[in-house]
Design a protein around this ligand. Structure first.
Ligand SMILES: C[S@@+](CC[C@H](N)C(=O)[O-])C[C@H]1O[C@@H](n2cnc3c(N)ncnc32)[C@H](O)[C@@H]1O
Length: 230
């Protein structure tokens, strides 16, 4: 079982990335005082760090189960919008000789909207905290690398698997990464992400399979596995 020990800053980030980690008090504070005060004040000072660490670990463990059939030892994985990387730490713990490239933002927006962002300006991460959490979990430095997606120089590599939970095509357009993903995958690669327009991807890929349905969220998204670009 994952047992991630977050510090206060990490717990605040985890909460901003996964609003379902909020307890009823925090949910109410967000509703009454709005997203700005929630992002700046309540998510920082009104949280129970141990409770968020435990809930985040359970949440990431459950996510790991949804993608388990696509994981193997020794894979090269690209993670787009990993957040704090709890899922990826779970993968690196379970699968030997796996290497994960993280592509993420390195800032937290003033007022997180959790909607669709055409300009892709919304970010909720801190790459130094992502790196800290990975290192705290004894992952060796040759097993991962972290890239700021706004820096332009995306890594040139072929990946067996691309994962992007509640990020790519959930908060911003898949097409931002279309050319890059075409170059960095091949006919044996799988690309897994959450979307509300799964049918659209039948035009882009030869194979599109639904592996999870989220009916309880506002977005009512589906998790799909795609392979072979048309
Ligand atoms: C809702 S969070 C989900 C985090 C994590 N995947 C999870 O399931 O807990 C979305 C993440 O996508 C990141 N993000 C936004 N735009 C991005 C981009 N163009 N490339 C990579 N990551 C991005 C945000 O910074 C944020 O950490």
């Amino acid at each position: 079982m994952l047992n991630l020990k977050l510090n206060r800053k990490m717990a605040q980030l985890a909460l901003l990335q996964r609003i379902e980690l909020a307890n009823p008090l925090l949910t109410k504070l967000r509703k009454v005082f709005g997203r700005y005060l929630f992002s700046k004040i309540f998510s920082k000072y009104f949280i129970n760090v141990k409770e968020i660490s435990k809930n985040y670990s359970v949440c990431m463990e459950k996510e790991l189960i949804t993608i388990l059939p696509f994981l193997r030892h020794g894979q090269k994985i690209l993670s787009i919008g990993s957040g704090l990387g709890g899922l990826e730490i779970g993968i690196l713990n379970k699968f030997n000789e796996t290497n994960i490239t993280f592509l993420e933002k390195n800032y937290v927006s003033k007022k997180i909207k959790y909607g669709w962002d055409n300009d892709n300006k919304e970010g909720y991460n801190d790459l130094s905290l992502l790196k800290n959490l990975i290192e705290m979990n004894k992952i060796s430095s040759d097993q991962f690398s972290i890239f700021d997606c706004d820096n332009g120089n995306l890594p040139i590599k072929k990946y067996n698997l691309v994962i992007s939970l509640y990020s790519l095509d959930y908060h911003y357009d898949f097409n931002i990464y279309l050319d890059y993903l075409k170059k960095s995958t091949d006919e044996n690669s799988f690309i897994i992400f959450d979307t509300i327009r799964h049918d659209y991807f039948k035009k882009i890929f030869n194979q599109v399979r639904i592996i999870k349905v989220d009916q309880n969220t506002v977005h009512k998204s589906k998790r799909i596995v795609c392979s072979i670009f048309k």
